[in-house]
Design a protein around this ligand. Structure first.
Ligand code: ASP
Ligand code: MG
Length: 418
């Protein structure tokens, strides 16, 4: 079995879907994981925020737009208007939920998951039907049933042990060896829909590869492979041919948008190679990520945006005590706040964290626990691995630097957004 993952950009229009079909043309024993088409997840997030403010009309307007975008793709794929019953049923469900649901703030995350999951449900339904029509018989898998996650919404982790029999059972009796499943979504023990964090489809694909003992996994993207920097920010970016799992995890955590940070572990556990390949040209080799690759020999530049800097001080000046650290980190975990950089002095602990819905609640909880907390917003975190004097001068000597951390090979800077 191989696992192929197609991201939203790869299936943003009918040409993308046709191209997907060309890529899988001669494959057998293939599990395809697909994200929501184009920017559908962002649009569904707007449906959610409209419902959060009880603006039903705005939510319906967003849904109309999403429906229109998908209708355009369907019409192009079927060469004319086409009524796909299962797609219609999904839209009807979504509309009904949006119209009739009564929102409670405690259920924010569960609502979010319920709504944004439609992106993947709709995209996989269209693609599965299209592949059938194009002669590639396939089996649509409902990943809400096949992947069991922890009981946590918006950023759930898959319970691989619990999912193994479910997914194996789902593929066991199919009369085809080609499967189409949704990235990004799963089901909680209580039966509600969960999501795995934005860009989580890579992680879904890795879990599927792990459970089904795939020989390899490939992520088809709109880039030639993994680059050493985002070319939109650093113009001299070059492609990396091979990467090891460890470097990849480090890069993903520093904010490189190669792959979802949780993707590597399930693959590494079973030594499954991961290919990052250009969707536009299947002859190009892309990048391979696996265990035995050497360390990369080019510098790597990663800019992580949407950061907040928290500076925390204990009111009794007893900062050196580890137990204070334990209190702080367990509060952060409670509010699902990830620290991307930690910097401490005798009296202060500075944390560069992802912007998150619950930052202000976490700050109040920290204050209650006896800490003074300062918050600086609109920050970004720049990491340069393998830096040279030249790179240092060019990118790291920027104004508005709040924190600079450096080791022999890596420099990390927290600065105001430029
Ligand atoms: N559709 C989801 C998102 O846009 C998941 C993914 O693309 O991997 O975040
Ligand atoms: Mg996406």
């Amino acid at each position: 079995m191989k696992v192929y993952k197609f991201g939203g950009a790869s299936v943003k229009n009918a040409d993308g879907v046709r191209n997907l079909r060309t890529i899988i043309d001669e494959e057998q024993d293939l599990f395809i994981i697909v994200s929501a088409m184009g920017k559908t997840t962002n649009a569904l997030e707007r449906v959610f925020t409209a419902l959060q403010r009880a603006d039903k009309a705005a939510a319906q307007a967003e849904i109309d737009q999403i429906r229109q975008n998908h209708a355009t793709i369907i019409e192009d794929l079927w060469h004319g208007p086409k009524h796909l019953e299962r797609v219609e049923a999904l839209f009807a469900d979504l509309e009904q939920f949006a119209a009739e649901g009564v929102y409670h703030p405690e259920e924010a995350e569960a609502w979010y998951d319920r709504i944004v999951a439609y992106g993947e449900l709709i995209s996989t339904t269209i693609i599965s039907e299209y592949l059938n029509k194009a002669g590639l018989r396939n089996c649509w898998i409902d990943m809400r049933q096949a992947l069991r996650t922890e009981q946590r919404h918006k950023d759930a982790e898959v319970d691989i042990e619990a999912s193994t029999p479910l997914l194996k059972e789902a593929v066991a009796h199919a009369d085809t060896s080609i499967f189409v499943g949704q990235g990004f979504i799963g089901g909680a023990p209580d039966g509600t829909t969960t999501t795995l964090g934005r860009e989580g489809s890579d992680y879904s694909a890795a879990v599927v590869a792990h459970i089904l003992d795939a020989e390899s996994m490939a992520v088809w993207k709109d880039v030639d492979g993994v680059l050493n920097a985002d070319p939109k920010i650093f113009p001299d970016a070059v492609q990396i041919v091979e990467l090891n799992y460890l470097d990849t995890i480090e890069l993903a955590y520093s904010g490189a948008q190669i792959i979802h940070p949780r993707t590597i572990k399930p693959l590494q556990n079973k030594n499954i190679p991961l290919y990052v390949r250009p969707f536009g040209d299947k002859r190009k080799p892309g990048t391979v990520i696996r265990g035995m690759s050497a360390k990369v020999d080019v510098p790597i530049l990663i800019l992580k945006k949407e950061q907040v800097l928290l500076t925390i001080r204990s009111r009794d000046f007893s900062f050196v005590l580890e137990e204070k650290f334990a209190t702080i980190f367990s509060l952060l975990e409670k509010f699902r706040i990830k620290a991307n950089l930690v910097h401490n002095s005798a009296v202060n602990l500075s944390l560069c964290v992802d912007k998150n819905w619950h930052i202000d609640e976490a700050i109040s909880a920290l204050r209650k626990a006896g800490f003074d907390v300062m918050k600086a917003e609109d920050m970004e975190l720049l990491t340069i691995r393998g830096y040279t004097d030249e790179l240092w001068k060019k990118y790291a000597r920027t104004p508005q630097v709040f924190i600079k951390q450096s080791t022999q090979s890596t420099v990390r800077i927290v600065r105001k957004r430029s």
